[in-house]
Design a protein around this ligand. Structure first.
Ligand code: SD4
Length: 343
């Protein structure tokens, strides 16, 4: 009897092992080719660190290295020439979230977001008051403007007549002139074609999803938003469910692209919910992207999705292809994978 009991226990143990071994964890995935961030996240995971630490430290690498000029300081100056940052971190174990939007004069946006999550009962702080919070938490206040961002802004303002910009239905005609603007009476309520071409150099974000050795899922984003945005604008990246989402019981997702459009559809939340309903990560990401495309046929964006068993996928729209970086135990090094976009 004792013997049978022992065999039973052994079986349960072995089955348990087999289920664990079936999972491809730990794992980290990152939007675009931000492999330095992925490597950092992987180093954290490999050493037994948490998914949250992997996200924070990985995204921090991009903030410091100014990945593509679209993450961190010195990129995407707004109409006043100032760089402001948006970031989000989400813990799929507790469903807790920390986010900052339009953060001024603080370089470490994702870490401030983590402080919002762990040092307050709030979820989201914005603008000047988020800066005051960060300073209180010990972050250094410093200008986010660089020589390069100043030059970019000077060209836009002094040579290009403030083109492109994000205004409509105002006077003087924003497609020809700089502001200040005032409201135009008698305008047509449908959206005119945008004069802002959204591409990867004015619209990238680091979005990351990680699963640690305990099976805990975390996700996050960090970006300097859209180039020449109207001051005060916050995009999709810091919005939970839009820029990223994580739920231990399913997995996580992160999005990148034209945030003004994307945040209307919560694509990361949708991708996670699709996986909850049984979709593969690739199909879940496709559904999220196609939901947006059904309304905005030219939108540019992408979603990466990671299931809690380590399966992953991505989908994109409005570009030819979309690269993302994966690192897990199956290969010695990170790998850049590429998906063909749906349109
Ligand atoms: C934004 N989505 O602020 C951000 C920028 C970006 O990929 O590309 N994200 O619109």
């Amino acid at each position: 009897m004792k013997y049978i009991f022992f065999i039973g226990l052994l079986n349960i143990f072995l089955i348990g092992q087999a289920i664990c071994d079936d999972k491809n964890i730990p794992i980290a995935i990152t939007t675009w080719w931000f492999y330095n961030a992925t490597i950092k996240a992987w180093d954290v995971l490999k050493e037994g660190g948490t998914a949250l630490d992997a996200i924070e430290q990985g995204a921090t690498v991009c903030e410091v290295q100014q990945c593509d000029g679209t993450v961190g300081y010195g990129g995407s100056p707004d109409e006043d020439g100032e760089t402001t940052l948006d970031a989000l971190i989400m813990d799929g174990k507790t469903m807790n979230v920390g986010a900052v939007g339009a953060l001024r004069r603080i370089k470490s946006a994702i870490s401030v977001a983590r402080h919002v999550m762990e040092r307050t009962k709030h979820s989201f702080l914005v603008g000047e008051l988020a800066t005051q919070f960060a300073v209180q938490m010990g972050f250094k206040e410093e200008p986010l403007t660089t020589q390069q961002s100043k030059q970019m802004w000077m060209k836009w303002h002094n040579e290009d007549n403030c083109q492109p910009n994000f205004w409509m239905n105002v006077k003087p005609d924003p497609s020809k002139y700089c502001g200040p603007y005032s409201t135009l009476d008698n305008f047509r309520r449908e959206s005119p074609a945008s004069n802002v071409k959204v591409d990867r150099y004015n619209h990238d974000t680091i979005g990351m999803v990680a699963i640690d050795g305990n099976g805990d899922v975390a996700a996050g984003t960090s970006t300097n938003g859209a180039r020449f945005k109207i001051p005060g604008r916050i995009g999709d990246s810091p919005i939970p469910g839009s820029g990223a989402y994580a739920d231990n019981s399913v997995g996580g997702a992160a999005a990148t692209g034209d945030g003004d459009v994307m945040l209307r559809f919560l694509p990361s939340f949708l991708a996670v919910e699709e996986m909850r309903r049984g979709a593969t990560p690739t199909d879940a990401a496709r559904t999220a992207v196609l939901r947006i495309a059904a309304h905005y046929e030219d939108f540019m964006g992408a979603v990466v999705a990671l299931k809690n068993d380590g399966q992953y996928g991505a989908a994109c729209h409005g570009m030819d292809t979309f690269p993302f970086v994966v690192q897990d135990n199956t290969k010695e090094s990170f790998r850049v994978e590429t998906v063909q976009c749906l349109k």
